[in-house]
Design a protein around this ligand. Structure first.
Ligand code: S3P
Length: 166
């Protein structure tokens, strides 16, 4: 199947973009991030899209952005944390090499707590993150061909563990 060499999924703040860039350098391929594609196409920050148009509108843009990137990009592709909520997107990931970068709640709060750029965690990061993960963990696991835990690991260590898992 053509398309990305590897797709990174996992919750917001887990380091998909940082690790994705390092991984792309190591593999000598390009890096693409669907959040960046949406921001570039819309000319607005993700948080502004959520506030101005609502989450459902963002998810529709995200679904299109993921389908386009899967069709066009052949390097490392990072998906936004909620992209796997869409059944059509999950179906498009079948048969591809998909790495789920995971982390526990304490690591998540350390990395993302009270970050206004992450609208889904802005009110009560610890509780909201737990709720998000209860709803999503099985979806990440469903699409993943490998799981790489990131807790207390540097981006370089996670990158190496991801390479080892490929
Ligand atoms: C979201 C994750 C974010 C971004 C948006 C919604 C989510 O992407 O798409 O804020 O639902 O988990 P990152 O995972 O790249 O932060």
């Amino acid at each position: 199947m053509s398309g990305p060499l590897v797709v990174l999924v996992g919750p917001m703040g887990v380091g998909k973009s940082t690790v994705g860039r390092l991984l792309a350098e190591r593999l000598e391929v390009g890096f693409r991030d669907t959040d960046d594609d949406i921001v570039a196409a819309q000319g607005r920050a993700i948080a502004d899209i959520f506030v101005e148009d609502g989450e459902a509108a963002f998810r529709a843009l995200e679904k299109e952005a993921v389908a386009a990137a899967l069709a066009q990009h052949d390097g490392v592709l990072a998906l936004g944390g909620g992209a796997i909520l869409d059944a059509g997107t999950r179906a498009l990931l079948a048969g591809r090499r998909v790495v789920y970068l995971s982390m526990d709640v304490e690591e998540a709060v350390r990395r993302t707590g009270l970050n206004v750029a992450r609208p889904l965690l802005a009110v009560n990061p610890r509780r909201q993150w737990r709720e998000l993960m209860e709803a999503r963990r099985h979806l990440y696991e469903e699409v993943a061909t490998a799981v790489v835990p990131t807790d207390r690991r540097t981006p370089e260590e996670v990158t190496q563990a991801t390479l080892d898992a490929l």
